[in-house]
Design a protein. Structure first.
Length: 620
């Protein structure tokens, strides 16, 4: 519901000036009402696309032995049989150097451990009570593994990803990751994207007899030594981070340690016994720190100078004398027996790194925009139900990469690539010609070296609100709310996500948390609507026990059961919406209560919902 997203921002409007918030709410509801009363218009739905969606739905129903997966790289759809996916996953998990089957998931124990840890942190005044509540979640679910097909590898193996969302350690890992990421200054060798790489090498030249080389760690995350990661954390105190939290305390709290990396797949519990789990918010940060250590250690051991050295996660680009390439590989592989590298020299004076082709032109470095062989050329389709500005932004983003990642002699070729690729995504030819040329000229004439800041820079930071995109209404709301310094971001409510499989063990409905739910009555048409941050089955048990509690603690559901001798059908409880943010979830609950005239909820259950919204909720 749009009310949930918009009203969350209204609360922040000029604290202490409720009239301003109510004025904004009134303008919002008036815009909705005006749009709803407008004669039926042709929505942006293409008949051919709708037909293909129906065809795909029918195909999926008639072929339920197939899985539709997103590829690990390349924005490609991969179709596997359920059996083949299972075999590929079990093959990866059979590597006993990294994974073991265990009897228990330790979910409850981890929750207790983290609650105890954060309680001690509060007592020591390391963190606030509010942060403790965020970190120490209750009623969590175990992490679940899934696989992404690596279509660029022979036999298309799967990359194991562990989803830690709503698991006991997830918020702890996010918090630690934020603390580290915000306070550690990365070395100059670590590049954050292709643009930084090109800026660093575009004016360099190589010495005679030097060759461009790239090094790649074989399966970084599952081979990062945990003891090495902990050793690195013990140096954090030098940087005075985490305010008062001691580095040793943090090191002992590593949420990626073995007992915390137990996950489920195919109803079996697995433990990752080595390395860091791909999927934990903390793993990329710890891996980067270990690799920083490796970079410094290995460079010191070399008996030759490096003209440049850049790393992005587990990929390294540098240059070495022709007769020293094997030496370079041996030095890297000597750092730790589990961290082993492969090396690739330039071929015909060319080598790729990220999406940049680095060219050795008689010792002078040139660059070009690079595409792997699996490049799908799939981008936001012009016929998709998104704001036109997003489609223009797609053109601009590609032109930025085509021009800023390449030497001028490749510009025309790259712009032609963009034109051809976006024509396949149904972009009009004239629109492409105009916007490609406009952006190209803008880049050439710009003196701003920051590729991300080519557009208009707002003087005052805006409040961004994500709402479902409805053509006409979205644009109207953006015009109205510009005066409140609010900008809406459109999201497509009806996308292709339902056609894809997650590859994870299916989570039972009553195990879902942070939900708005409804429970029907067995004796009449009435329903009860509620919200909970815990798993639904936990909340339902509380409803069942509520009748045995004190009268003043009765819910509306319990009161109706007692007064009319009705019984609610807990087995048919269903989820109306999922919302992790508490205030938004409360708004969703209140909106659903108003929208359902048969709800038994009390008036006090919606007392915090502005009356301004009532009519528009009834009309929707």
């Amino acid at each position: 519901m749009t009310v949930r997203d918009v009203d969350t921002t209204m609360v922040g409007l000029e604290e202490g000036l409720p009239d301003l918030r109510n004025q904004a709410r009134l303008e919002f509801t008036n815009a909705l009402r005006k749009f709803n009363n407008t004669p039926t218009r042709s929505m942006h739905h293409d008949g051919a696309i709708q037909f293909k969606i129906k065809e795909t739905s029918s195909f999926r129903k008639n072929n339920n032995d197939l899985m539709f997966l997103r590829s690990d790289k390349g924005n490609t759809t991969v179709v596997l049989t359920n059996q083949l996916y299972l075999e590929k996953m079990l093959l990866q998990l059979s590597n006993t150097d990294t994974y073991n089957i265990v009897r228990f998931d330790l979910n409850c124990r981890l929750q207790l451990d983290i609650r105890k840890l954060t309680t001690n942190w509060v007592k020591a005044k390391y963190i606030s009570v509010q942060l403790k509540r965020y970190i120490a979640k209750s009623d969590c679910v175990p992490p679940r593994a899934y696989g992404l097909p690596k279509i660029h590898k022979q036999d298309v193996p799967l990359r194991i990803i562990v989803s830690f969302t709503n698991s006991p350690t997830f918020n702890l890992a996010k918090t630690l990751g934020k603390w580290i990421g915000n306070n550690i200054v990365p070395p100059a060798s670590r590049v954050k994207d292709s643009f930084v790489l090109v800026e660093g090498i575009s004016k360099l030249s190589l010495r005679p007899n030097y060759t461009l080389i790239s090094l790649d760690v074989v399966s970084l995350f599952t081979n990062v030594p945990q003891d090495q990661a902990i050793t690195v954390t013990l140096t954090w105190h030098v940087l005075y981070i985490f305010r008062d939290v001691r580095s040793g305390e943090i090191a002992r709290t590593n949420p990626d340690k073995t007992e915390a990396t137990i996950f489920k797949f195919n109803n079996t519990n697995y433990a990752q016994t080595y390395g860091l789990p791909m999927g934990s918010p903390l793993s990329p940060i710890l891996s980067d720190l270990v690799m920083d250590d490796l970079d410094q250690c290995c460079i010191k051991k070399l008996d030759f100078a490096l003209p440049f050295y850049f790393r992005y996660m587990d990929d390294i680009i540098t240059a070495a004398p022709n007769n020293k390439m094997e030496t370079r590989l041996e030095v890297s592989n000597s750092f730790h027996p589990r961290l082993q590298f492969t090396i690739e020299p330039e071929i015909n004076g060319q080598i790729s790194f990220l999406d940049v082709l680095i060219i050795n032109d008689n010792q002078f470095i040139k660059t070009d925009w690079y595409h792997k062989s699996m490049w799908s050329q799939r981008y936001l389709n012009y016929r998709s139900h998104h704001p036109r500005s997003y489609k223009t932004g797609t053109i601009y983003c590609l032109v930025d990469r085509a021009i800023r990642l390449s030497t001028s002699e490749f510009h025309n070729k790259n712009l032609s690539l963009i034109y051809d690729a976006l024509r396949k995504n149904d972009y009009p030819a004239l629109m492409l010609q105009n916007h490609i040329q406009k952006r190209h000229l803008s880049i050439l004439s710009s003196n701003d070296s920051n590729h991300n800041d080519l557009g208009d820079v707002p003087v005052v930071p805006k409040n961004f609100v994500s709402i479902p995109y409805v053509a006409g209404l979205f644009e109207s709301l953006n015009r109205i709310f510009a005066r409140y310094n609010i900008q809406f971001v459109g999201k497509n409510k009806h996308d292709l996500s339902p056609f894809f499989d997650s590859g994870k063990d299916r989570l039972p409905l009553d195990n879902r948390s942070c939900v708005v739910y409804k429970i029907p009555c067995k004796n009449c048409d009435k329903i009860y609507i509620g919200q909970t941050s815990r798993q639904l089955h936990t909340r339902i048990k509380e409803h069942e026990r509520n009748i045995h509690g004190l009268d003043e603690n009765y819910t509306a559901l319990t009161r109706r059961s007692i007064e009319l001798d009705h019984v609610f059908n807990y087995e048919r409880a269903s989820v109306l919406a999922v919302e992790p943010l508490y205030y938004k979830r409360l708004l969703l609950e209140m909106c659903n209560i108003v929208a359902h005239p048969l709800s038994v909820n009390l008036r006090q259950d919606i007392e915090h919902l502005s009356n301004i919204y009532t009519s528009v909720i009834h009309d929707s």
